[in-house]
Design a protein around this ligand. Structure first.
Ligand SMILES: Nc1ncnc2c1ncn2[C@@H]1O[C@H](COP(=O)(O)OP(=O)(O)OP(=O)(O)O)[C@@H](O)[C@H]1O
Ligand SMILES: O=P(O)(O)OC[C@H]1O[C@](O)(CO)[C@@H](O)[C@@H]1O
Ligand SMILES: [Mg+2]
Length: 345
């Protein structure tokens, strides 16, 4: 069997460990031939592929980024693809002698895996994304690393903020889900954690910041990039579109800081963590999760369990049908927000 590995979406710590797990199991145990496409669908469209064998994956688990590169280049020029585009994919697969795909990515990538499956093309999903917004799995690899980096940023901002009696606002990623903010905010004891799932008013946020000052402390506010103020008309976005033509989120901390300062009289500074939270070496948790996911995906291919995704459930990696993983964003449930809210103000 000849399997193509392809990564799409943003990079996520643990992708290398996932490739290594899949190759060690796939090539060494199941006797697959494996190839990797460079920069996601760009490599597939342009015949830019490399062999994946034991030597290609030696020592890569601790490395950040991904050896194959990743991109938001779509499989089709538009939407779900027309007949000619589907034909082009099949023709390329025949040219590469591919029997199936392992697709490493988040909700967007797994949506493509499902489209392929629905069209009769063999695909198995490996869930990665720092956003943790994918159904069918308890956690996606990369999330734990992003949360660790964001928590460390909170700890550091807190000491400088306290020294100057300033309110510090930290913006983290996560797109339209508040998971990174929620976990980092709880780990770092943030006095306010703002997530897309729960719009709040600037009056309420300022009240929390003032009540923290009244207790003799300085506020640390964590805000997810997709957060919106109550009644606002959509998220704060930066100029330009991403590789898939969507607006780039970002800038909400810089929007909030002057509003908080104006209402509280407390000097307020904004920090945007940005791609720092996606870079560098994965945590041990992410390496283990990613390696096990890769192994499970290779086993799934061997067993003919196409159309599934290798998701974490408790301590087990299960194969879940792709339709259970995609279609709906996995957002923060109310009960989880109530827990972190205990620390507000
Ligand atoms: N509905 C769709 N139809 C066709 N292609 C899609 C669709 N959704 C996503 N894609 C393709 O999959 C790519 C990856 O999706 P996306 O950019 O949402 O990242 P992701 O896989 O969710 O990972 P992350 O959220 O970590 O960046 C997109 O850039 C696009 O090329
Ligand atoms: O690196 P890019 O293309 O700007 O994408 C940033 C986006 O990717 C993610 O890091 C992962 O989906 C989001 O949290 C963020 O909005
Ligand atoms: Mg995504």
């Amino acid at each position: 069997m000849r399997i193509g590995v392809l990564c799409s979406g943003g990079d996520s710590p643990g992708m290398n460990a996932a490739i290594r797990g899949a190759v060690l199991r796939g090539v060494e145990v199941h006797g697959f031939e494996m190839v990797g496409f460079m920069d996601g669908w760009r490599g597939f469209h342009e015949a830019d592929l490399v062999p994946l064998d034991r030597s290609a994956v030696r020592g890569i688990s601790p490395l950040g980024g991904v050896i194959l590169g990743t991109s938001r280049v779509p499989p089709f020029a538009s939407g779900d693809g027309d007949a000619a585009e589907w034909q082009a994919i099949r023709a390329r697969m025949a040219e590469y002698r591919l029997d199936g795909f392992l697709l490493i990515g988040g909700n967007g990538t797994q949506t493509v895996a499902k489209l392929l499956t629905d069209a009769g093309i063999r695909a198995i999903g490996l869930p990665k994304t720092i956003d943790n917004d994918l159904g069918g799995t308890d956690y996606t690899f990369g999330f734990d690393t992003a949360v660790s980096i964001a928590s460390e940023a909170i700890d550091r901002l807190r000491t400088t903020g306290e020294s100057h009696s300033r309110c510090m606002v930290l913006e983290v990623m996560g797109r339209n889900a508040g998971w990174i903010a929620l976990h980092a905010g709880m780990a770092g004891g943030a006095q306010v954690t703002l997530i897309p799932e729960h719009p709040e008013s600037i009056e309420q946020i300022s009240e929390w910041v003032l009540s923290v000052r009244d207790r003799g402390r300085s506020s640390l506010v964590v805000v997810a990039e997709g957060f919106t103020l109550e009644g606002a008309d959509g998220e704060v976005t930066r100029e330009g579109l991403d590789g898939f033509g969507r607006p780039r989120l970002g800038g909400v901390a810089e929007m909030l800081a002057p509003l908080i300062e104006e209402r509280t009289g407390i000097e307020t500074r904004a920090t945007v963590l940005g791609h720092v939270q996606r870079g560098g070496s994965p945590t041990a948790f992410d390496r283990v999760l990613a390696t096990r996911t890769g192994i499970a995906a290779a086993d799934a291919a061997h067993a003919g369990r196409w159309g599934t995704m290798a998701g974490l459930h408790g301590d087990r990696i299960d194969l879940v049908p792709l339709h259970e993983a995609v279609g709906r964003l996995k957002t923060v449930p109310d009960a989880r927000y109530e827990e972190v809210r205990l620390n507000f103000g």
